[in-house]
Design a protein around this ligand. Sequence first.
Ligand SMILES: Nc1ncnc2c1ncn2[C@@H]1O[C@H](COP(=O)(O)OP(=O)(O)OP(=O)(O)O)[C@@H](O)[C@H]1O
Length: 687
Amino acid sequence: MLEFRVDQVIAGYGAEPVLRDLSLQIPAGRVTAIVGANGCGKSTLLRCLARLHQADSGCIQLGEDDLRLFSTADLARSVGFLPQFPQAPVGLRVNDLLALARHPHRHWMASWSAEDEAARCEALRLTDLTELAGQPLDKLSGGQRQRAWIAMMLTQSTPVLLLDEPGSMLDPGHQLELIALLRALADAGRTVVVVMHDLIAARHADWLVALDNGRLAARGSPVDVLNPVLLRQLYGIDSHILTAPDGTPVVVPVRQADLPLPQAQPLPVSMASVGPFAEVSASVAERRLVLLFAVLQFTLLLDYMVLMPLGAALMRDFDMGPARFGSLVGVYTLASALTSLLGGRWIDRGDRKRTLLALYAGFVVATLACGFAGQFGELLVARALAGACAGLMNATMMAMIADSIEPERRGQAIGTIMSAFGVCAVIGVPSGLGLAALGGWRIPFLAVAALSALWWLRLYRALPRAPVSVGAGRGSLRSPALALGWVLSFCIVFAGFLIVPYLGAHLNGTLGVDLRDLSWIYLCAGLATFVVARAIGRAVDRFGSAGILAVLMVASIIPHLWLTQLQPGPLWQTTAVFVLFMALTSTRSIPASVWLIGRVPPPLRGRYMAVNTASTEAASGLAAGCAGWMTGGDGAVLQHFDRVGWLAAGVTCVSLCLLAGLHRFGASQGASTTKADRLTPVASAES
Ligand SMILES: Nc1ncnc2c1ncn2[C@@H]1O[C@H](COP(=O)(O)OP(=O)(O)OP(=O)(O)O)[C@@H](O)[C@H]1O
């Protein structure tokens, strides 16, 4: 079996090289497909492999030997080559063409042997041309002629076959036959190299080599190579990757959304076709993905949020004080921050679906362990595990959303996912508490674990695979603009969490809201968040993430100051200010996430969002500590809570300046959301 080794080959037709310092290996006994855009050098590479084109420098080895050392006869017996546009003299019959292919195997005086005849008959049979063997080539259809040339190659009986777009004129039936034939040849030990434009057919290859402007862009199995990031790099297209029943990736190209539409004359109404079906199916797939993630987010939030109101029961059962209970909340946040910081690189390395499922399985186990915990230590470990999984899951989800949903629809998608917070507050937590009232504090955790396990199965079945990005995990995030994005996130969350943890104490202690009314106020806030989150998502898509984030930040200063300086008054007034506060504060993360994720090169998205999670977790912990230190209080009434409001407003103003600076810097660098998404993965990752 013969393999090719291409070592630092530079080749071209003039001063400008076509193949630029290309090094790769083509495995023996396998079908290798070469893919890439028009003019990237696929045919030139194939011609170099066939020694029909001489490289300017570098070396190509076939088996153990340098290709240049093969005699012409040896080369003809070793390598068969089918060019893109083969030509034959007028009147030449199929049989005559096949006879020419036996030339390298025959002595010049030898007559047509039984072996020659067997090779010819076998080639005719394999290409379904036996009936047409006596026909002149110029009387055949394009596809039949292409099959005749393939038959010629087969008759040549070489261990290496090089084919340049052999299936371009074949009907689907004969294309499948050709793929099966190439497969069978490889299984019989031949080395098959095919230049292909058909990415649906390319998934049947064992090995893919992707060229980009004469350079190696990727190599590997179709599952590893065929992904939206690479396809955008190679062809400038967006794509969806489906999974065929045999597990191979099916590429569905879609037009890049931010390209201007070509202007065509409209048809008369009677001739106009009805319904853009492709767009309908794309939006159905997107909606399904968003729904899957929204429910997933709901389970994560429910597990987190239900713990707080169960505090009293937990303290009683485990015989612990508020400080130890606080450590249950703290360890969750700490574990989430630490694993996000340390495990981010890992997120971008594997299939994101697999990563998400592995983390979600860990989360189910952790939540189950919470439900069965017999001692405080066990509960602490279970909370840490839940936090560790949840932090990385959030980053993975964001990366998957950005990979699969066009920038101009991401706002709505993230808005819908984040509206899970509202559903959780309105339905989830009250239901959890109802269950706890019936059967104790363990029941809500067991219920969340059961719901999550069911949803894990649903995700396993319905979530599309998200294969490894090319260049994934490579590259550096050490750009000042990217790092300042984390600072911006930190500031936004810090401002909110100066106030959020003390709202219950403020409303109940300072404003004198009855505890029963408090649950209604939270319910109203949950409802408002649900509605506003979706509206904000739509507004982000319409007016841009930076603009909406700025508007929300300015607008949230009002309830921050108002609520922290509010004096006891009618319940409706307290409720209105509180609802305004929650709706504006909790939804700031929607435009912030859309804006941040759009600035990161796709192969680094997971890692970037993981560090972002670590930054926001740190912000929430520090803000809570800082506000606690500022407010002090005598246990019932918070002192100086108005100062906390002013600090929150000040931090929000700093965030605004940071956003303005970053936005201006991004604009001067041409890094709008859409353009950032278009960055080529390897180049941008390494820059
Ligand atoms: N005989 C030639 N003389 C000069 N330039 C050539 C010749 N053949 C190819 N080129 C140039 O080399 C570059 C690569 O061509 P090549 O045929 O290798 O590309 P390809 O990837 O096979 O493209 P396609 O998908 O369109 O077949 C192109 O810019 C082309 O113009």
